[in-house]
Design a protein around this ligand. Structure first.
Ligand SMILES: Nc1ncnc2c1ncn2[C@@H]1O[C@H](COP(=O)(O)OP(=O)(O)OP(=O)(O)O)[C@@H](O)[C@H]1O
Ligand SMILES: [Mg+2]
Length: 230
């Protein structure tokens, strides 16, 4: 989509350029450059708006908003790999070792499966991005990208953790993480909605908590805790 639009922009600019009498072209070249810059910005922000709207629509789909007893381990496993394959499909050079550690003492949980799958995908996408970013930067030292996914019972809660050994989160970003539209990713790669949506799913709709721990350039771990009903 965006490739096509960019091509159209060049077509339009070529047409405008052709319409300008030759002796004026040099004089107007700054204006043409400005026009090109502004048209590209419009295109970029258009596709950003489009992915934001898609994200919001996905989140607010009403008919699947039903709490049902579900196997969180099965759901997590399924969506961890879905996310991995989606990232791989876009970046053939992406690689990571995924380790899954599931305890067998977690009962079925009353959740909205569709919502929880979004949380797993959001956290996994972020983890994949973080290890990929570090892999691209760490050219000299050997670096083995790794993501560990865990699920266990902790008292009256089920605890799901997704930990990566990627770039980590710097102090100045920590306080903004769950703020809608906060992103450090380039336009088109992130809308900054993943964590805020995940937090509202876990804390607003499932009475749980979503907590982050990190050390810059070492690891990031997100922990989802969900209450186990008696
Ligand atoms: N595992 C992680 N490692 C390092 N940084 C992270 C991690 N998870 C999130 N972040 C930081 O938090 C920011 C916000 O994350 P969030 O998921 O809300 O948005 P996004 O990933 O930028 O965009 P979107 O999820 O909407 O595609 C990211 O841009 C990134 O800077
Ligand atoms: Mg994200």
């Amino acid at each position: 989509m965006s490739v096509k639009l960019l091509k159209d922009i060049e077509d339009v600019l070529a047409e405008v350029n052709n319409a300008i009498p030759e002796d004026l072209r040099e004089e107007l070249s700054d204006i043409m450059d400005n026009l090109r810059g502004n048209m590209n910005k419009i295109e970029e922000n258009g596709s950003r708006a489009s992915s934001i709207v898609k994200g919001i629509l996905l989140c607010s789909r009403g008919k699947d908003n039903e709490y049902i007893p579900a196997n969180l381990q099965q759901l997590t496993h399924e969506y961890v790999w879905l996310s991995y394959h989606a990232v791989r499909a876009n970046n053939k050079s992406f690689n990571v070792t995924i380790t899954e550690k599931y305890a067998d003492d977690v009962p079925l949980l009353r959740i909205i499966p569709q919502d929880l799958s979004r949380v797993v995908v959001n956290l996994m996408n972020n983890a994949c991005y973080a290890v990929f970013t570090k892999a691209k930067e760490a050219s000299e030292t050997p670096y083995a990208p790794a993501i560990t996914v865990g699920l266990k019972r902790a008292g009256d809660s089920a605890e799901l953790t997704i930990e990566d050994n990627g770039c980590g989160i710097p102090d100045e970003a920590k306080e903004h993480l769950f703020t809608p539209f906060f992103t450090t990713k380039p336009v088109g790669e992130g809308t900054g909605l993943g964590l805020s949506i995940s937090k509202s799913i876990i804390e607003g709709k499932h009475n749980g908590t979503l907590v982050m721990e990190t050390k810059a350039n070492e690891f990031t771990r997100f922990t989802v805790s969900l209450p186990i009903e008696k």
